[in-house]
Design a protein around this ligand. Structure first.
Ligand code: FMN
Length: 171
């Protein structure tokens, strides 16, 4: 699969087969988040790769009851690390740390897709409850939850705006 195909054919997957990931697959996904770009290479992000069934259920519950999350063999919680981004002060905290996490989450989803796995970026959750479930330090803010597993559905591509409403080419 080339990158163009991966980008165009990745879909949000919300139904998963009851099949664990291999240790190698998990390693490859860890690598994918690690090698994403980051502001000043400060890597102001932390990832929790959750395999524990009870914890996955708690995470699904605090994601406003999106219980399909608990059915994924792996649930990744992506957090901004405000300690690491401190040199960039307010702009670092309010922008770069979030961008650092977003870049890594896209890597994660595309890498999962290349491995034949499905995932979805989940942003709807009770932040305090999620921090509590993972016992996060106050320097870390959970930004995205990404369940990953073998897909049990093949959704159609949702429409996008026409290219000219998204991209302006300035000559
Ligand atoms: C920031 C963000 C938050 C999202 N939150 C949720 C969510 O809470 N639950 C969910 O099922 N999908 C969520 N999605 C997935 C979107 O619904 C999905 O990406 C969009 O419909 C386009 O579909 P596609 O990913 O298959 O191209 C989120 C996506 C993003 C980027």
């Amino acid at each position: 699969m080339n990158i163009r195909e991966a980008i165009k054919n990745r879909r949000s997957i919300r139904r998963f087969q009851d099949k664990a990931l291999t240790a190698e697959e998990v390693d490859i996904l860890c690598e994918a988040v690690m090698w994403a770009p980051s502001a000043g290479n400060l890597q102001s992000r932390r990832f929790y790769f959750v395999l524990n069934p009870d914890l996955k259920k708690r995470i699904a519950t605090v994601c406003l009851g999106q219980m399909f999350i608990a059915s994924a063999p792996l649930v990744v919680v992506a957090c901004a690390d405000y300690e690491r981004i401190r040199p960039y002060r307010d702009r670092g905290k309010n922008l770069y740390a979030i961008q650092d996490v977003a870049c890594a989450v896209e890597n994660l989803m595309l890498q999962a897709h290349e491995l034949g796995l499905g995932s979805v970026c989940v942003g709807a959750f009770d932040e305090d409850a999620l921090s509590g479930a993972l016992n996060l330090p106050s320097t870390q803010r959970p930004l995205t939850v990404v369940p990953v597993g073998h897909p049990a559905q093949k959704p159609e591509a949702p429409e996008r705006y026409p290219m000219e409403e998204i991209v302006t080419i300035l000559k």
